[in-house]
Design a protein around this ligand. Structure first.
Ligand code: FDA
Length: 442
């Protein structure tokens, strides 16, 4: 029976960060990964001759743990293309172009957006994202949906829809009525402020040359044959002395670096304490279709457009120039989230594509109707993720159960980006949690 110091379940960034840190400190580790590939929600792949970031891709200046890791691994970044005007389609259905961060809305709506941004920035400043349940008024904010909270704050529907867009469709990938105002504040606090989330040039600043999946791939390379793919962990038996994983690997400790929603696929003997079973039932992934559309050239640039487009009223609520730094073809990336994703998924693939291209034509003109390649990342259909981008709590769950998700049970520790503070839901958070998990064992 193979014996090691620590078994890590999951070869995503969290698990691999923890495993490399433990290995560097002299511990023996084994990483067991269900999929046949490394990287979890990071996956850079070539589809129809185009290199695509099927999962996570962007790096922002606040993500210092990720930036340090990129440096350490010798990976270079490049800036997202952002010259020219952006596009916004408002509540009146009219397409307008604009420069800068403020959408072209009425003066009243603009001042309401600014006011709401100020309120959210103030709340965010009162929160330590690692302990959101401790902020003043946390219980009240966790008891109300973000959409109801916005209705209490402003009578301007377009201002509310825009603020909701940044947190709902664009981040938690859930409708704003399904998560709490406290979860919304956490999302903003995890990026430093709400103002950061609103600023696409900040939050979607850079990409990694060759793809972000190189982070987990290089970490796994360092671990060599200690990383075993194609091995779903289905059982963990534990005592105070140690663990037995899948009836095969014996270790002092195990780190379960899988999203909270997938923990229940593992049979624990004895059962996890009731609060642990309960806590994870109150978490869920959102849903988003990441759309990759390639054209012979980035034609929008010639038309003076940056490629950035937003609308709370279109099925594809945001889109960007996602052209690879070493490609002459132009690629757009778009996102359809929450109830819009539900509606698209109810269509046939051809109808869905037509619907998406129609929205892109609204944003960029008729040329958008004729791509040379079209692909949809559908993480909700991936067995070992089953949603995107990350996991968040239902209303009331964050204050009630948030702390539980990071609590170890005997020799078992838990964590992924879904339970991070800074970098919550992002690769930066996965690295921070991976480091914390390793440090706690050392
Ligand atoms: P992750 O889910 O990656 O890893 C868990 C691993 O455990 C997986 O490899 C899984 O297969 C494995 N596993 C699960 N159950 C198992 C079992 N029983 N046995 C063995 N293995 C098991 N972030 C960002 O910073 N910038 C961005 O632009 C984006 N954009 C984005 C787009 C899309 C479409 C997605 C899906 C996600 C993003 N993200 C992102 C989020 C980011 O990708 C994510 O937060 C991290 O990659 C999560 O890394 P973790 O290691 O924490 O979990």
């Amino acid at each position: 029976m193979p014996t090691t110091d620590v078994v890590v379940v999951g070869a995503g960034v969290t698990g691999l960060t923890a495993a490399t840190r433990l290995r560097r400190a002299g511990q023996n580790v084994v990483v067991l990964e269900a999929r046949d590939r490394i990287g979890g929600r990071l996956w850079t792949d070539e589809v129809d001759g185009v290199r695509l970031e099927l999962g996570g891709q962007w790096v922002s200046p606040d993500q210092t743990a990720l930036l340090e890791t990129l440096d350490e691994l010798g990976l270079e970044t490049f800036a997202r293309y952002r010259e020219g005007e952006s596009v916004y389609v408002g509540r009146d259905g009219v397409r307008r172009t604009f420069a800068g961060a403020s959408f072209p809305v009425s003066a009243h709506t603009e001042s309401e957006v600014d006011r709401l941004t100020g309120i959210l920035d103030k709340l965010t400043a009162q929160m330590d994202p690692l302990h959101p349940w401790d902020m003043p008024g946390a219980a009240e904010l966790d008891r109300i949906s973000f959409s109801s909270w916005l209705e209490q704050q402003s009578d301007d529907p377009e201002a509310r829809d825009n603020i909701a867009l940044y947190i709902g469709p664009a981040m938690l990938t859930k409708p704003a009525h399904s998560f709490s105002a406290l979860s919304a504040v956490l999302m903003a606090a995890s990026a430093g402020s709400f103002t950061h989330l609103v600023d696409a040039d900040f939050i979607l600043d850079r990409r990694v040359k060759g793809g972000l999946q190189q982070v987990p791939l290089r970490l796994a390379e360092e671990l060599g044959d200690a990383v075993i793919t194609g091995t779903p962990v289905t059982s963990i038996e534990y005592t105070t002395e140690g663990v037995l994983v899948n009836g095969t690997w014996q270790a002092r400790r195990v780190i379960v670096a899988v999203p909270p929603t997938l923990v229940s696929r593992i049979q624990f003997t004895p059962n996890l304490p009731p609060v642990h079973m309960q806590a994870r039932q109150h978490t869920s992934f959102g849903i988003v279709i990441k759309l990759h559309i390639t054209y012979p050239t980035p034609f929008w640039r010639e038309d003076g457009l940056s490629g950035t487009a937003f609308s709370p009223y279109q099925v594809v609520h945001e889109a960007y120039d996602n052209t690879n730094h070493d490609d002459t073809r132009g690629t757009l990336v778009g996102f359809a989230s929450d109830e819009n994703a539900d509606a698209l998924l109810a269509l046939s693939p051809d109808e869905r594509k037509a619907r998406v291209l129609d929205v892109l034509a609204t944003y960029y003109g008729e040329k958008a109707l004729h791509p040379s390649a079209y692909y949809e990342s559908r993480w909700m259909a991936e067995e070992w993720t089953a949603g995107a981008y990350a996991v968040s709590f239902d209303i009331g769950g964050l204050t009630r159960y948030g702390a539980t998700l990071r609590q170890p049970v005997g020799p078992i520790s838990f964590g992924t980006s879904d339970v991070a503070g800074l970098g919550f839901q992002h690769v930066d958070g996965a690295i921070r949690i991976g480091r914390m998990l390793a440090e706690a064992l050392l």
